[in-house]
Ligand binder design. Structure first.
Ligand code: CA
Ligand code: CA
Length: 408
């Protein structure tokens, strides 16, 4: 009897689930994939063989999520239209290729009340490049809800497939009535059912999230007057793991903008802060490039320093006149490339502070200090790939073998 009651309740529950299924329709074109329009109830009904019975969703920042590495914030013009505030990646487990539904996404906004948010959109970033391409669908318009924005997805676009990463962009227009120095804002998402509402055949999905889920970038408006912008660019790299440290590659991507009148970069100092590393001990070469297409890779070399005779903690590039000059409002991108050859226990970060930026027309700098991650070379000494500190006599090469030479 008990068993029968259970079955009865269970089937009633199941039946009511279908009755409450939220999508009204008059024909199939109004229903998401995996469903069809039932002509008697005028609702989209799930097909049991196409829709996953149960799944767990995993939320993470997207692979191309913009980041505020370097300056700790991304400087943007005021106003900024259709700004990509973050790229969210969603992946569901379960039967391969079956469908689950995302009906709502909620995003918190952390910002001062002086910043205005408008025209929020949730965009399906089909190619995952974190750019809202013109062919990509707007899934929902945002509605202000408490301290956040809620997106109720267009019912036709709620179906997604299990076992593939889906990327979503949170896009909005932001503005402020006046300069807001040091005012940063960003979005936040938590990995639970309050932030992402779903449907599967039998209920809804469980939700979990990466610890990086809230690595959405911070933004700050560029000041309108009195400043020159010297900040990290959008391709500012992360430090590699110790195995990838030794080599020649870009360690900084920089964005310069003449915010208030024409100006010119005339010199640039790069410093180290770390353990046992110096230019001349671990850093063998450092070069400054112009990145003319803003892809994070240097195109034209401006200056290069190498063959350091004494280990030193800073280097200064002298920049030829006119080489990095900007008109009012113009921006330029630079990269800094190094050749590194670290041994075990060496680590450092590289940084550029306000006083390290020399301008033709002196101005206050916005965006500094620009700082890399810590480059840490740390490995087990018995690992054959681990480079150990060279012996002193090896370091000095053949010189140590002929320390004294008498000539009559
Ligand atoms: Ca895209
Ligand atoms: Ca380039």
């Amino acid at each position: 009897m008990k068993k029968l009651l259970f079955i009865l309740i269970f089937s009633m529950f199941n039946a009511s689930l279908f009755a409450e299924f939220p999508w009204p329709c008059s024909d199939n074109s109004e229903c998401p994939e995996g469903t069809s329009c039932n002509s008697s109830s005028n609702t989209c009904m799930m097909a049991k063989d196409k829709v996953v019975d149960y799944t767990v969703l995993y939320l993470d920042k997207g692979e191309n999520n913009p980041n505020s590495r370097g300056s700790g914030t991304i400087f943007i013009p005021n106003p900024s239209k259709d700004l990509v505030l973050g790229q969210l990646a969603v992946k569901a487990g379960g039967d391969n290729g079956k469908i689950y539904f995302i009906t709502d996404i909620l995003v918190d906004i952390s910002a001062s009340s002086q910043i205005h948010f408008e025209n929020f959109k949730l965009i399906y970033d089909e190619n995952g490049n974190a750019v809202a391409d013109s062919s990509e669908k707007v899934l929902a318009e945002g509605k202000v809800e408490g301290y956040g924005m809620s997106f109720e997805l267009d019912q036709r676009y709620t179906a997604f497939k299990t076992n593939q990463t889906e990327n979503f962009l949170i896009v909005g227009t932001v503005s402020a009535d006046k300069d807001l120095p040091n005012d940063r804002f960003n979005i936040r998402i938590q990995g639970n059912k309050d932030y992402i509402k779903t449907k599967t055949y039998s209920s809804d999905a469980e939700v979990s999230a990466s610890k990086d889920i809230n690595n959405f970038p911070s933004f700050t408006f560029e000041p309108q007057s009195g400043y020159f912008l010297f900040a990290s660019g959008r391709h500012f790299p992360a430090a590699p793991s110790w195995r990838e440290i030794n080599g020649e590659y870009e360690i900084m991507h920089l964005r310069l903008k003449a915010l208030d009148g024409a100006n010119e970069l005339t010199g640039l100092t790069v410093k180290l802060d770390g353990n046992k590393v110096a230019f001349g001990n671990g850093v063998e070469k450092i070069s400054l490039y112009i990145d003319s297409n803003n892809d994070g890779k240097g195109d034209t070399m401006v200056a290069e320093l190498s063959d350091f005779t004494e280990p030193q903690q800073s280097v200064t590039f002298q920049i030829p006149s006119g080489k990095i000059a900007m008109n009012q409002g113009e921006e330029k991108f630079l990269t800094i490339k190094t050749a590194l050859n670290f041994y075990n226990d060496q680590n450092t970060y590289f940084y550029i502070s306000e006083s390290d930026v020399a301008l033709k027309n002196k101005q206050k700098i916005e965006g500094t200090t620009v700082k890399t991650d810590n480059f840490i070379y740390s490995c087990k000494e018995d690992n054959p790939d681990c480079r150990l500190k060279p012996e002193e006599n090896q370091e000095e090469g053949g010189d140590s073998g002929c320390s004294l030479l008498f000539v009559d």
